[in-house]
Write a protein that binds this ligand. Sequence first.
Ligand code: ADP
Ligand code: MG
Length: 473
Amino acid sequence: MDAANLRDRAREDRLRRLRQLRKEFFEVPLFENKYTVQQIIGEGASGVVCSAVDNETGELVAVKRVSRGFDKIPVSVRILRELKFLRLLRSHQNIVEIKDILMPGSTRDFNDVFVVFELMPTDLNHVLRSKTELSELHIKYFMYQLLRGLYFLHTAGVFHRDLKPNNILINNQCALRICDFGLARAAFDDEPDMVYWTDYVATRWYRAPELIMTHFTKYSTAIDIWSAGCIFAEMLGKGKPLFPGKDGYDQLQLMTSVIGSPSDEAISKVQSARVREHFQMLPRKRRMPFTQIFPNADPEACDLLEKLLDFDPARRPTAGEALAHPYFKAFYEPGNEPMGKPIDQNEFAFERKKLTPESMRLLFLEEIMLYHPEHSREFFQDTRHGEFELPSQADVFASAMRSVQEGIAQRKTTSMPKAKFKPISEAYKAKREKMRQAEAEQEAAGAKDERVPMGSSASWYGPSRPRGRASPY
Ligand code: ADP
Ligand code: MG
């Protein structure tokens, strides 16, 4: 079959899929649906993203439908985590914003979650794969915004862990927003330092060397900095990925052929003895200067890139340090970049509980109701008298109220209208404080035993030594 035929067939397939999706996308019962699907704009690991038009206002939005059902607890946990991160990190210009989560038609048996975002015309992957030529200024402005977003995330104690061009949205004004928090994690102070990355499936090409050599490593914001470096190089290289490794081994080979063999000091910090030995046996490779790889690029850009792509995570600059690099002097205002507030650990208390599809569904409902406070009373009443079998309904309910109180209600926002939030009275706050104390006492009295690491979250509380010997790659 010739190329033209193949193209025609691919176009037909796409159109057939679009017709089917238009029919099916919103077919599940929703409390109220005012959107009509326009196009499929993305299909990722967790769901389908469509552009849609608000039938009342004519406004265009992006709707991500996640329909895995609640019986796959680890998948649901990831999605819930993403919704929470996006809400908690909502106020920053370089993070995509959730406008709404559609209310299901029934509280008892809904399986699909529809998340409404502002519609961004494209993502960086499309830009890089298209014929659009990025100017030096475009690249600088995108990198500035990416690092600015990372500065906000990292100062809030959040690691994105899956930065790549597909997860970076761009609009017509060249504004950049980081999206897809499906793999993001928060570092809480009492977390053990060493963790398993059992659920870590991020795209290899943008993965930091410390994550390729072993999955047993410290959480560090430097992994996002490495990915930012790879994205920077891809922009400078007119869309050519810097390290398109076929497998872990190949990935490391490509890295060392550009940035040179790691120093003895960097090797000595590698956790796995096997990987250390492996590196010591390999012939030494010299660094290839970025000024040679990108001869037309600004030398300041090459200098920054070299720093971002340091083999040793401890030597990579933080997002804040990278922003202060002379390369960004046209944009960066020292002391004026918004920092994130550490996120509330209570928001993620659910990860330590035993979860069932029913309790998962309730947790999603609580999250959805934060966008529909005017309906929350009737919905939760329905739930309380309904058929949910919860380990501790009161406890989960209380935690939802706390989210409203500490999360949304008090959070400053530039994006969501204030009228959406219920004011909270002093009397209510006092009552909540009492309840929280009672909960803390209960927990201290032995409730800790009930904490079961669930599914993918096991890596947060994972055992402190390796389980068996895994391949270093
Ligand atoms: P997944 O977890 O499935 O990868 P993403 O949130 O990354 O989900 O979305 C998949 C794709 O959909 C993105 O790569 C992007 O192309 C597109 N997309 C996501 N959100 C938006 C949005 N708000 N506006 C426009 N396109 C979007
Ligand atoms: Mg994605």
